[in-house]
Every structure is written in C-alpha cells, then in structure tokens.
Unconditional design. Structure first.
Length: 419
C-alpha cells in the first residue's frame, strides 16, 4: 500500500508515459495531415506508382534516367501545368471528366493519354508455398484484356472507336513508328479505328493505329492553336510489361519526346484519376512552410509547459471545500459572495428591519414600527437622533462607504441600550 499523498509511479515512469503518448499523438497528427495513412501505391492499378505489369513505374524510372524532371502528382492542380502531362485513366473512368481535363489543357500544355487494357489480380494464395516468398508487393497477374468503352463518349475531337483483336496461335502483332519496329508482348491488340481528326504515330502490321495525335477539323481553332493531345490506345507500348523490351522502351522515349516537343520539358504523371489523390487540409498546412515555424514553436512551448509541470515543487495540494460547514462559515461565504457581486445596496433594507426588531425586543415593544421605536428611544435616550431618520439614511445609501457609515450609525443605538 502506498502512503497517503505519494504517487504509486516513479517520476521516470510518469515521464516515459507522457513522452510516449505525446510522441505517438504528434506522429498520428502528422501522418493524418500528410495523408500518409496506409499504402498509397495503389498496388494493381495502371498508374505511374504501380510496379505491376500494367503499371508505369518503369516509364517513370526510364525518363528520370534520361534526365527528365518527373513528378508524380496527387493533386488536381497538376492539370494546370504547362509541361507534358501524362494521364493514365482507369477502365471505369468518366468520359465527361476526361473531356473537361483535355479541354482545359487546350491552351496550357501537351498531354499524353495512355488508355487502360488489362484486368489484373494478385498472386497471393494462387502459388505453391515455395514460390510465395518470391512475389514482391505490387506484382499482378494479367487476367483479361478489354477496350475501355468510355473513350467513344469523349467530346470531339477526342472521341475514337476502339477495337480489340486476339491473334491466333499466340502470335504477337508487330508495330512501327518513329523509324522503330518491334512486336507487342501479348497476342491481344487494342487499336483505334481510322479518323480524319487523328494522325497515326504508331501502327501495327495491319495499319491499325496504336498511338495517334489529335488534330481536329482543319481550319478550326483547335487545329490551329490547341496544344497536342496524344492517345496511346495500346498501353503495352509504354507500361512495365512493354518496357521489358529495349525496342519498346526506345519507342516510349520517342513518344514522350515528340509529344513534349523537346528533351528539356518536365513530365508530370497524374495519380488522381486512379484514386490516389490527396487534398490539403489544416494539418497539412501546419507542417509546411511558412506555417511550419509556428507549429514547431507551439510544440516546443507544450514541451516547456509539460516539463515545468513535471518539475513542480512538492506533491499536489488537495483543494479545500468551497463552502465550509457551520453557520459562521455560511455567513462568511454569503458575505464574500455579496462582496464579489458588488450588491451591498441590497443589504440596506434587510439590515434596517433586523435592527428594528432587535431594538423593539430591548425596549419591550410589541410592534417594531419606526414610530414606536422613536417614542421609546426618546424616553430612554432623549439626546440621540431618532431611529427612523437613521434607518432612512441607511436605505438611501448607495456607495460602500456610505452604507458602512449609515449601518454603524444605526448600530450605535444598540450599543448604547446595552450599557
């Protein structure tokens, strides 16, 4: 049993508990503010942060190795960049949303839209135990191929009709473009039907367009002034699956270089269309300049206050009762309340009535009226000022000094009667 007034915990234990809780809370607040609440790579998605066969992490590393300034954006603000923007919308994308983004970029900068193709699934639980440890996070298995239907619902001149062709016998379709040739990694091919609004940049052996530039109607404002928009309908030319071949990697670089006008332009990969966006909030701003300095000062102040409380002198003192027991304590507490409320004027009439009753008892009067008291006092103390005038002066007093003086003057009658 611990002694009264002592703590069951040592100061070091209390300090460790407080520091652990404080650091845990600060870490929680920071990661919530930064939006880092779990896996943000979106394993299995066809986007720039994915290392699966259908992802584009390989293209990001390839461009960085070539000297490009590459950014992976989780904010819709990236749609307003003047540099090359790469969009990798999912299979269930909203055609109206994509159309608005492309129309917004008409006067901003070039855009590459890499269309989706593959449906994927994970490996976990599908391999023998001896192979489970060899599978890395983010790896996927290609299950089926499909042409996205929403592309045909895009506004003009971006809309295009897609076709899917499955080559027999496991054959691989060939491709050509930018003085390069090669073959696709899979037998399934997604291509675009011919359109006078588009110019094919990469085609397969049958002449189908695998990547095209949107031109628009001749003599239109879009044809004359709009920034370039390139659609890659066959994503195996640029995804991780396709970049396993050096010739397809060279084609991917040529597509980026041609769409971006030159080798010096920065490249931004959008991740918001794949559900990996993050919005700024007050916590995010608190840990970013210029608010970071104020946040650090606040944290230091909290540590100082906590340390000061930990190093206080002596044990904590138990607070006394606000209202003590007993009549005298009750009177004292009531008087303090009246003084704090500054309502002394409310005591003048009750005090005068109470004094009248006490004087009536001393003088042997049946009724404590001012007239009866004045008559009795005149016989006992003929030279004193009448009670009625003293009581009236007390009732009309307002300032604390006036009230105390009038009350003392009234109490003087009681003192002289007790002599």
């Amino acid at each position: 049993m611990s002694q009264p007034g002592t703590s069951p915990f040592s100061p070091r234990a209390v300090l460790a508990i407080v520091l652990t809780g404080a650091l845990s809370f600060l870490a929680l607040v920071y990661f919530i503010g930064a939006g880092d609440t779990g896996n943000r790579n979106g394993a299995g998605g066809a986007h720039a942060a994915s290392k699966g066969l259908n992802g584009y992490a390989g293209l990001v590393h390839l461009l960085e190795a070539q000297g490009y300034a590459v950014t992976q954006s989780r904010s819709p603000a990236a749609f307003e960049t003047y540099d090359l923007l790469v969009l990798t919308p999912p299979m269930n994308a909203d055609a109206e949303e994509i159309g608005q983004i492309l129309d917004q970029r008409r006067d901003l900068g070039p855009t590459i839209v890499i269309l989706p193709k593959w449906g994927v699934t994970g490996f976990r639980g599908r391999l023998r135990e001896q192979l489970e440890g060899k599978i890395r996070d983010g790896w996927v298995r290609l299950v089926f191929s499909s042409a996205p239907e929403w592309v045909g619902d895009l506004p003009a001149p971006f809309a295009v009709e897609l076709k899917e062709e499955q080559l027999d016998g496991g054959k691989r379709a060939g491709w050509s473009g930018f003085d390069l040739t090669g073959s696709l990694p899979a037998s399934a091919v997604i291509y675009a039907q011919p359109s006078k609004l588009h110019e094919a940049w990469v085609a397969d052996d049958a002449g189908h367009s695998l990547a095209h530039l949107v031109l628009g109607e001749q003599d239109s404002d879009y044809y004359a002034e709009a920034q370039w928009v390139v659609f890659v309908t066959e994503p195996d030319l640029m995804n991780n699956y396709g970049l396993a071949d050096p010739r397809r990697a060279a084609l991917a670089l040529a597509l980026v270089r041609e769409a971006g006008y030159d080798d010096d332009m920065s490249v931004t990969f959008d991740l918001t269309l794949n559900g990996l966006g993050s919005a700024q909030n007050l916590l995010t701003l608190a840990f970013r300049p210029p608010f970071l300095a104020a946040t650090l000062c606040l944290i230091m102040a909290l540590f100082v206050v906590g340390w000061r409380a930990f190093q206080r002198f002596g044990p904590a003192r138990a607070e006394a009762r606000a209202d003590a027991f007993g009549k005298s304590r009750l009177v004292t507490s009531g008087a303090r309340l009246v003084l704090r409320a500054r309502r002394l004027r409310l005591l003048t009439a009750p005090y005068a009535d109470l004094t009248a009753r006490r004087l009536a008892r001393r003088l042997g009067l049946a009724h404590a009226t001012p007239e009866a008291i004045d008559v009795a006092l005149k016989r006992t103390l003929p030279e004193e000022e009448p009670f009625s005038s003293r009581a009236e002066a007390l009732r009309h007093a307002r300032k604390p000094s006036e009230i105390l003086g009038a009350a003392e003057h009234l109490h003087e009658l009681e003192r002289k009667l007790t002599r």
